[in-house]
Design a protein around this ligand. Structure first.
Ligand SMILES: [Zn+2]
Length: 261
């Protein structure tokens, strides 16, 4: 059994075949998926999907692209939504300096407000970091120091990890796990593969980020949760371990991360 720790099943890409997509995931041995929010509307949809399907959990949060939408009213709604059953995290939140769709100061403000919300509710966070490693590290380090040992462990996950070993190890010190997705399977992904081989399995989870980042040989197509298997197979090959062992460890990690019994 595997867990897809990051799948946007609520996105319109799945409107025509959401049920069938979930069925294929079940058929591929996916135990559950976590659907993060990217704005208010998608956070609401994630909560409603989690209510409809036993194997879907939700996270609620405002993606850095939509940072300007996090006003006081949105934060209040997010706080209420986060307390719905099956909301297992705050996310995805963070910084995106690659597309820079929101002013950086607004991204940082929304990121900090949502980190504080997570600390207040004692929920783990799902971090989006694109081309913003230094600032994400600075903010998470401060947050982690302020939170001290009060917060639960794990503190969260560095989703679609694209940093180096130093950032991963800093993340482990702050109580974070690292999530690996489809890019691990790309034929030109030697750097990420080298890193994934070195990182201890007790800190790793797998994800798809569907509908994005479809693994090889489906690169460029719409991704779906069943394909997290391809990520796990690549990780198994890199670690020289049977797939069953990778599945067992990453599923244990995912349950710990999202505090799912
Ligand atoms: Zn995502």
């Amino acid at each position: 059994m595997l867990v897809d720790t990051h799948c946007h099943l609520d996105f319109p890409h799945f409107d025509a075949d959401r049920e069938v997509t979930l069925e294929r995931a079940r058929g591929a041995g996916i135990e559950f998926i976590v659907n993060p929010g990217s704005d208010m509307e998608s956070s609401r949809r994630a909560v409603s999907l989690a209510g409809n399907y036993p194997d879907v959990y939700a996270a609620v949060g405002i993606h850095p692209h939509n940072a300007l939408s996090l006003d006081a009213a949105a934060l209040t709604e997010l706080r209420a939504l986060a307390q719905s059953p099956k909301v297992v995290a705050i996310g995805e939140i963070g910084l995106d300096y690659y597309r820079d769709l929101s002013p950086r100061a607004a991204q940082e403000e929304a990121f900090r407000l949502q980190l504080d919300l997570a600390a207040e509710l004692d929920k783990p966070v799902i971090i989006h970091d694109r081309d913003a490693h230094a600032d994400v590290a600075r903010i998470l380090e401060e947050w982690s120091n302020a939170r001290g040992s009060k917060g639960g462990w794990p503190a969260g996950v560095l989703h679609a990890f694209s940093g180096d070993r130093e950032l991963a190890e800093a993340g482990f010190r702050w109580g974070f796990m690292v999530a690996i997705g489809g890019p691990l399977t790309f034929q030109n992904a030697r750097r990420l593969q080298g890193l994934a081989r070195e990182l201890p399995l007790i800190h790793l989870v797998v994800e798809t980020d569907a509908p994005y980042l479809s693994p090889h040989p489906y690169r460029g197509q719409r991704n779906e949760p069943a394909r997290v298997t391809l990520v796990a197979e690549t990780l198994a090959a890199l670690h020289g371990l049977p797939l069953a062992e990778i599945a067992r460890q990453t599923t244990t990690n995912a349950r710990r991360l999202f505090r799912i019994k």
